[in-house]
Design a binder for this molecule. Sequence first.
Ligand SMILES: Cc1cc2nc3c(=O)[nH]c(=O)nc-3n(C[C@H](O)[C@H](O)[C@H](O)COP(=O)(O)OP(=O)(O)OC[C@H]3O[C@@H](n4cnc5c(N)ncnc54)[C@H](O)[C@@H]3O)c2cc1C
Length: 381
Amino acid sequence: MFEPTEEQAALAEAARDFCQGTLTETLKADDEAEVFRPEIVKAMGEMGLCGIPTPEEHGGLGLGYYEYCLVLEEIAKVSASYAVSVAVTGLPQVILTLFGSDAQKQRWLPGLAAGELLGAFALSEPESGSDAASLKTTAVRDGDDYVLTGTKFWITHGSYADVYVVMARTGGPGARGVSAFLVPGDAANLSFGRKEEKMGMRASPTVEVVLDGVRVPASARIGDEGIGFTVAMTALDSGRITIGASAVGLCQASLEYATRYATERRQFGTPIIDFQGVGFMLADMACRTETSRLLVHKAATLKDAKRPYSDIAAMAKVTATDAAMAVTTDAVQVLGGYGYTREHPVERWMRDAKVMQIVEGTNQIQRLVIARHLKKQHGIG
Ligand SMILES: Cc1cc2nc3c(=O)[nH]c(=O)nc-3n(C[C@H](O)[C@H](O)[C@H](O)COP(=O)(O)OP(=O)(O)OC[C@H]3O[C@@H](n4cnc5c(N)ncnc54)[C@H](O)[C@@H]3O)c2cc1C
């Protein structure tokens, strides 16, 4: 079950070779100095890695989320920041593929899929995170245009992106009053505020985006007025699979690193892996990694088969990101004092894992989603 074909394995291997070469060169310094290198995303785009599930007619590879997950796991094994970059630049692509007009697809998809353009997803605001439907950014119709005003917070690729999918209010309160817009990165009156200084994922830029009367034509609206929240939630459903896959990458990297260390490190005259306390910790890390991968691949396979997958995607996100937090923390423990230093990557993986429990809907919100599905399955709600 979930065994990659030769072609799928070759795609993952190409991603692995690129990441273990180019990506490792500046990794440590970029984490320390919080440097993002868009040229790395561009290079991955040239290999086809930025548009794996985007249809071939729009410049993507036209493959599935399963292949996407295999690749993201390989990228995250080296750098969770760049796995998130590939996943985030994929969000406008999934949105345009499902909801975009022909003109919007032609304008943006080929560049995004090729990694020549960088995409961003702008939903969160200073006062609306988990309660995203309470967002305050407005889009006011003015003749053939809309004028967007508001502040978006925590935007990955903020200030670097060529296009932002911005959720803004065109109607009354709540989810039904929200619409989605394509805002070019060079639009007049679009500016960028604070870049967050973060605990982890430090090579990924997280920036405040300010819309101070940004004018876009009505043709920049994605779908009808009022479907913006559905657009955002649909994107986040698939985003949960990609975050899950990235978390599996962190688990696998930590497991491999800690296992190697535990076979080489000797105390009391014996390799530490032979102490049951350490061996069992590694066994639990392996169990968490495998179960997470299975669930992520199940969610991806359901999506690829066009079957309902939202509840499984939420379970995959919770399971894999909680696992990543536990497995990376245990990896630090296996390395003892050395694990707590910057000499080894496990401390970075632990810092990177934390945010995965927060982004694309916190793990508490995922549990709400799962509970709602359970109620529905039992004919309530
Ligand atoms: C590094 C990073 C990158 C990000 N990138 C993006 C991006 O590209 N685009 C974007 O739009 N957003 C982005 N975000 C924002 C992210 O999606 C939000 O941080 C997240 O949705 C949580 O919102 P919040 O931070 O406002 O927390 P809050 O919603 O204020 O939540 C605070 C705490 O309360 C809990 N909580 C809230 N409501 C409930 C409830 N009903 N039941 C139980 N617990 C609850 C939460 O789980 C959390 O533990 C990013 C965030 C980070 C940190």
